[in-house]
Design a protein around this ligand. Structure first.
Ligand SMILES: Cc1cc2nc3c(=O)[nH]c(=O)nc-3n(C[C@H](O)[C@H](O)[C@H](O)COP(=O)(O)O)c2cc1C
Length: 474
């Protein structure tokens, strides 16, 4: 593990991502999210601050579970209005040379072929600085936007995601040889057809002929991120992810979850350090403790409890509809009986025995996050060091209160402090995303990653071969 603490800015192409209500703050510029200059300015700032990456979340539906409709989310700008995360990346890439870009895209609703090409295009345009956060989506409204009456069941969504990745790996890794493009003007051969092949994938969910339309990009497979917290989600992450967002109620639980994901990765034939682990960092920094605390009070005052409730209700469970004394476990059991998927919300709403009232307070209070620091640069750096050293985490996704204020403050105050301690880079070295995480030369996934088995056109064809192998592996 590198001594450097990894740092991504947690973003979304929207007004209100996770700090609800703060768009009203006079210094917040979130209302500019639809202006390309907003993204270019941010990218330049983050590159000055030597960040690893900007990480773009995404959802493809409205949060309509709270009070029976989307009105609160719409009024409070809770992830709506929102724009496509992929489309702002080329502009940010053109304004920078090192900063990487991880964007979220769902495996549940759009078939894989078009996304394979979009991702390859982004990896080309960013010169190997593209990463993909694989999600299966959790909003019931998203299902209705894509022709379904309701969400596909949680584990079935992961089943689809497995096959989705198989198709992508075949296209990215197996369809074109590295030396396929020859650009031989004399012989009039642009690409050698012998070195480009169909994938002829026939599976339970997808039939994709190929060949891939994009030629090999620098990384081929983008750096894969994942944030699953269920058992199924962790297994998926352990097989595929190179960066994992870990959650937990306390430092100790983070430590267990980091160890758990590494153990699972090893069980899948990977190395423990093939997976980088990240936590959300909720940081408010000031020139001194008092200034930081003052900012925190102001953020508390401007926060929107309704916005947080609309966000929490997006999974289809409206906690506010229950009495404060009700116990979460009973609520989730009742919701499950009513056919609603309570897995994700259940984990979000915390420990067994928690009441609805306690959960509502936690959901609406940013300072209940296990990693919350409002303090001086020294205090913030102390906390970042302690957490990485005591949990095995590799880095953090910095949550924004103000744009660009949160990142500016962090870069002005915390970055130099971490650099003094030898815990933060003083210049970029490698500029592809995977090399930034795994060192010089690691542009492509390693041999032990499941994408590598399609290299050179091996193992293409139906999904049957993969399934037989998985069964044999137990
Ligand atoms: C830091 C972080 C970022 C996430 N970003 C997104 C996102 O942008 N879009 C999305 O649909 N889900 C997102 N999720 C939800 C996860 O993909 C996942 O569904 C959730 O953690 C529950 O895990 P499970 O799917 O294994 O039940 C995120 C989760 C975390 C912890």
């Amino acid at each position: 593990m590198s001594d450097y603490i990894g740092l991504n800015l947690f973003e979304m192409n929207t007004v209100g991502h996770i700090s609800h209500g703060l768009w009203v703050h006079p210094e917040n510029t979130r209302h500019r999210y639809a202006d390309l200059d907003f993204w270019v300015e941010q990218a330049k700032l983050l590159e000055e601050g030597l960040f690893d990456a900007v990480f773009l979340a995404d959802v493809i539906g409205a949060y309509d579970g709270y009070r029976g409709g989307p009105e609160t989310a719409i009024r409070e700008a809770v992830q709506i209005p929102s724009n496509d995360p992929l489309l702002v990346i080329p502009a940010m890439a053109a304004a920078t040379t090192h900063l990487a870009f991880a964007a979220t895209f769902s495996t549940t609703y759009e078939p894989p072929f078009a996304f394979a090409r979009r991702a390859s295009t982004l990896d080309h345009l960013t010169k190997g600085r593209f990463g993909w956060n694989v999600v299966t989506s959790y909003l019931p409204n998203a299902a209705r936007n894509f022709g379904l009456d309701d969400e596909i069941g949680h584990d079935d969504r992961y089943g689809i995601a497995e096959e989705y990745l198989q198709v992508l790996y075949k296209l990215w890794e197996g369809s074109w040889d590295d030396d396929a493009v020859v650009v031989d003007r004399g012989r009039r051969v642009y690409t050698d057809p012998e070195k480009v092949r169909a994938i002829d994938h026939v599976g339970e969910h997808f039939r994709v002929a190929g060949p891939h339309l994009a030629e090999p990009s620098i990384q081929r497979t983008p750096v894969i991120f994942q944030a699953g917290s269920s058992d199924r989600g962790r297994e998926f992450a352990a097989q595929h992810a190179e960066g994992v967002f870990v959650g937990g109620r306390s430092l100790e639980v983070y430590r267990e979850n980091v160890a758990d994901i590494r153990r699972r990765a090893v069980n899948h034939g990977r190395r423990a350090d093939d997976v980088k682990t990240y936590a959300s960092a909720v940081v408010i920094v000031g020139r001194d403790t008092a200034e930081a605390q003052e900012k925190a009070s102001e953020f508390r005052r401007l926060s929107s409890a309704e916005g947080y409730l609309a966000h929490a209700g997006g999974s289809g469970i409206d906690l506010a509809a229950y009495s404060r004394e009700a116990v979460i476990d009973d609520v989730l059991a009742a919701e499950a009986r009513a056919g609603r998927d309570s897995g994700q919300s259940g984990r979000r709403f915390h420990a067994p025995g928690t009441t609805v009232g306690e959960a509502l307070d936690a959901v609406t209070a940013f300072d209940r996050n296990p990693f919350f620091v409002a303090g001086s640069a020294v205090e913030v750096a102390d906390a970042l060091e302690r957490w990485t050293d005591e949990t095995g985490l590799d880095g953090f996704n910095l949550r924004q209160f103000l744009t660009p204020g949160t990142a500016e403050d962090f870069i002005e105050h915390v970055v130099p402090e971490l650099q003094r301690r030898g815990r933060y880079r003083t210049r970029y070295e490698e500029s592809t995303f995977r090399e930034r995480l795994f060192g010089a030369g690691a542009r492509r996934v390693p041999e032990r990653h499941p994408a590598a088995r399609y290299r050179g056109g091996a193992n293409l064809g139906g999904a049957g071969a993969d399934e037989a192998e998985q069964r044999a592996a137990g």
